[in-house]
Every structure is written in C-alpha cells, then in structure tokens.
Design a protein around this ligand. Structure first.
Ligand code: ADP
Ligand code: ASP
Ligand code: MG
Length: 436
C-alpha cells in the first residue's frame, strides 16, 4: 500500500492512513513525504547551490517549525511526543549540517530524500504508540538501482528478504518511497513522484497479492482533472493502457510504475484516501474490448522535422537520423514519416543544439517548440473501426502538427501547440466521454 503526499499531509491524514492499514492483512506500507516537503527540500538545495547558507537556514527553520507543530496533534503520550521531538531535532540538525560544507548533487540527493525519512518515522512512532505490531524498514537497505540507473529487481528482492527476516512477524512494515541507493551505494532517488515506483518494485519483489496506490482522487480519470471539467474515474485498465497514460502525463501514476507490476502479473489498484470505499481503478492484464478509456497530455515537447530528397527511394536514412538521437541519449516519443521527410518529437532538449547540428548534415531541419502530446488510450486495435476517425474528428478545431496511430494497439497521439492543450483535452472529453 502506497500513500502519497496529500494522504500523509497532516497529522489528521496520517491517522486516517493508520485506519486504512490496520486491518488483519500483513502488509508493507510505502509513504511519500508530507505534501510540500520535497519541494521545500529542493528549494533548500537551490539556496545551497547558490552558495547562500543563510537563505537555506531560514527555509530549514521554517520547515522545522512546521514539523514540531505536528507533534502535539499526532501523539497523545509524553513519551512519544518527546521521542519524536528528539528525532526531529536530530533530523533537522542533519539537514542543517549540509549548509556548512561543499554542496554537490550528492548532498542534494541526501537532502531531498529526508521528507520520506520524516514521514515514515512519524507514522511508525504513531503506530507504536497506538500499540500496533509495526516496524520501520529502511528503504536505503534494499532499494537500489544498477549502473544504467534502472532498479535492480534481483538485488531488491534478495535484500528485502534479508531485511524482513531481521524483523519477522510484524503486521505492518512501513518504508520510504522515492529514495534508493545507486550502483555505487550512494543515496539517490527514483525521480519526482517516484514513490509509486517504489511501491510497485516492492510489490513485485515480495510477490504481493496486490499493489495499492492510495492518493487524493478516486482512481485514474478519463481526462486530466486539472484541465478538464466533468472527468470521471475509469474502473479498469490494462497494464499497457495504464503505462501509456502514466507516460503521457497522467500524474496520478509515475511513468514507469506499471512496469514491475506488469512483469510480475500483480494487479494495481488506484484508491482514494479521502473516499476509501470508492471503487477506484483496477489495472490488470485484462483488456476491455472496443472502448476508448482515457486521454492524457505530456508537456514540454519539441518537434523536429528533417526533409531531404535523399530519403526518396533510399534506405538507411531513418537509421542515420535515429542514430543521432541515440548518440545524444535523447529518446523519441512520436515519429511520423513521408516519402521525403521525417518528424520526431522529444521532451529532453538538453542536447538539442548538437542534435540539430548533426541533423543538418542530412537535410533541411525545422523545429517547433512549446508543443504537447495528446494521447488517447484504449483498445485501438486497427481492426476496430471508427475510433481513429472519432478521435481525429474531435480535433477539427485544433491545429495538429503530427498524428501517430498504429504503433501499438492502445493509443493514438496528436502533437499540438501547448497553447491548444486545454481546448484539445476538453474537446476530446466532450466527444469521447459524453455519456459518462
Ligand atoms: P500523490 O501525492 O498521492 O502521489 P499526485 O499528485 O502525484 O498524488 O497524483 C494525483 C493527482 O494526479 C490528482 O490529484 C490529479 O490532479 C492528477 N491527475 C492528473 N491526471 C489524472 C488522471 N487522469 N486521473 C486522476 N488524477 C490525475
Ligand atoms: N516525495 C517525492 C516527490 O515529491 C516522491 C513522491 O511523492 O512520490 O516527488
Ligand atoms: Mg504522485
């Protein structure tokens, strides 16, 4: 069971979480930092990068104050209040110690992971105070990435087994999401929003019967509720559909979180801490035939077009184009081709100028920035007639730069200007999900 930032955002919410985790089933509970904390820790790091320890200390003090205020609200006994105050003092002194020495990305990784250390210790203390048979599993003991920065599932499985054996027969194990060690043993993390990924890796490692992602909304909605009105929860998704939606911007799930669950064949449930009896979304290996499920949007996309008459009737042209992106470790999201040109979209522009320099050796190059990919997900097998025309018809008032269909059975994607994102999403909702 994984609980996100809002779900542990106040002492009251932490108590609600404890109600949800204290049934008879033995479980591992993955917690994020209290909402806002990770952002504040990045802010503190930013001051330290800018060599402003005074600014950093001011922010550390503000955050520390906030945490001390939670103590009286969360605990009833003086013993646990004192124990937690001691812990907080030690934690914030530790964070403060980074304002004195040199500051690099190694120190930053340690600082930004402290939010999860704080929340998990606070909840574990609360459980112990309330008499639950609970223990804290330090994620840094077992969560690890390999030399390619990919989670090392074999290592995680073995180490987690050892860590669990050291504290046997607990009903509830609490652990930190987000944080891990890299292949060299240094503190690292699974990227922003990575607690979902932690939960799915742990679920796969222990062959859990189910992975539950508890958040502040009643499951995956059929469109982004931050931009579109009248969205509604989708009851079932296949692993592939959920992966596409997460990758293409449905913030409720970390982009890679579905993978470990899919490989292990473990269903993932998306549930709402604020409304625990709502059915939420079940993600499994079942595909519901013949329906469009949901829409998502991925921001900060750049489109690159390469036109060359050398492509006409030639072979090997696309390989040369793709090799340039490979050299600069830049992944491509969408591709469309014509007889004399190819357009691709990327989201990582850190090597854009070098890529463009190389591409110019192959043809005429043009770039469109501030674009966004609108991804329509469902059972879009090519034998199902009408779905692609339905989606395309919906975009009739929006200028579309690229369309991609047929790459998988699950999606059709449109590349549009970021300025048209909201209009495109709303229009898709109005036409595709009007009966919901
Ligand atoms: P947590 O802190 O629990 O990990 P997140 O903020 O990361 O929660 O994810 C939940 C949020 O994702 C929701 O509050 C919602 O605003 C946003 N969201 C974006 N797209 C979707 C979608 N398609 N369905 C549900 N929520 C979505
Ligand atoms: N606390 C981390 C973040 O804010 C990880 C997470 O919430 O999933 O990105
Ligand atoms: Mg999240």
């Amino acid at each position: 069971m994984k609980f996100g930032g809002t779900s542990v955002g106040t002492p009251q919410r932490m108590k609600e979480v404890v109600k949800l985790i204290s049934d008879a089933d033995q479980k591992i509970v993955v917690l994020s930092a209290m909402s806002g904390t990770t952002n504040q820790l990045y802010e503190i790091s930013d001051y330290l990068y800018k060599k402003n320890p005074v600014g950093a200390n001011e922010n550390i003090n503000i955050l520390e104050e906030k945490y001390y205020k939670h103590v009286d609200e969360l605990y009833t006994t003086e013993e646990y209040k004192e124990k937690t105050r001691q812990f907080l003092k030690q934690e914030f002194d530790y964070i403060r110690s980074f304002t004195k020495g040199i500051f690099t990305m190694f120190e930053e990784k340690i600082i930004v992971g402290q939010g999860e250390i704080l929340s998990t210790n606070m909840v574990t203390n609360y459980l112990l105070e309330q008499g639950y048979n609970a223990a804290l599993l330090p994620a840094l003991d077992f969560m690890r990435t390999d030399k390619n920065s990919e989670p090392d599932l074999e290592y995680i499985r073995e180490k987690l087994k050892i860590t669990l054996a050291e504290m046997p027969n607990k009903d509830i194990y609490i652990t930190q999401g987000f944080i891990c060690r890299n292949a060299y043993g240094e503190v690292d993390n699974l990227q922003r929003g990575g607690s979902d990924y932690s939960a799915s890796l742990i679920g796969a490692a222990i062959e859990a019967s189910e992975i539950q992602i508890w958040t502040d909304i009643d499951g995956m909605h059929n469109n982004d509720p931050r931009y579109v009105e009248n969205t509604s929860p989708v009851q079932t998704l296949s692993f592939e559909e959920a992966s596409e939606l997460a990758y293409f911007g449905a913030k409720i799930l970390h982009p890679t979180c579905v993978q470990p669950a899919k490989f292990a064949g473990i269903p993932v449930k998306l549930l709402n801490t604020m409304d625990p009896t709502a059915p939420g979304t079940v993600i499994s290996n079942k595909t519901q035939r013949g329906s469009i499920k949901a829409v998502a949007a991925k921001d900060n996309i750049t489109a690159i077009n390469i036109t060359s008459s050398r492509m006409l009737l030639a072979y090997g042209f696309l390989r040369k184009v793709f090799e340039i992106f490979e050299t600069y470790k830049t992944s491509i999201d969408m591709v469309t081709t014509s007889e004399v040109g190819v357009s691709v979209s990327i989201d990582n522009t850190s090597n854009l100028s070098q890529i463009l320099n190389e591409l110019k050796k192959l043809g005429t190059v043009s770039v469109d920035v501030d674009m966004c990919i609108i991804c329509v997900v469902g059972d879009l097998d090519w034998h199902n007639i009408g779905f692609e025309s339905l989606a395309t018809e919906t975009m009739k008032d929006v200028p579309v730069r690229m369309i991609s269909y047929g790459g998988s059975n699950h999606n059709i994607s449109f590349l549009v200007a970021a300025a048209d994102k909201k209009k495109a999403l709303q229009s898709l909702s109005n036409h595709l999900f009007k009966n919901n």
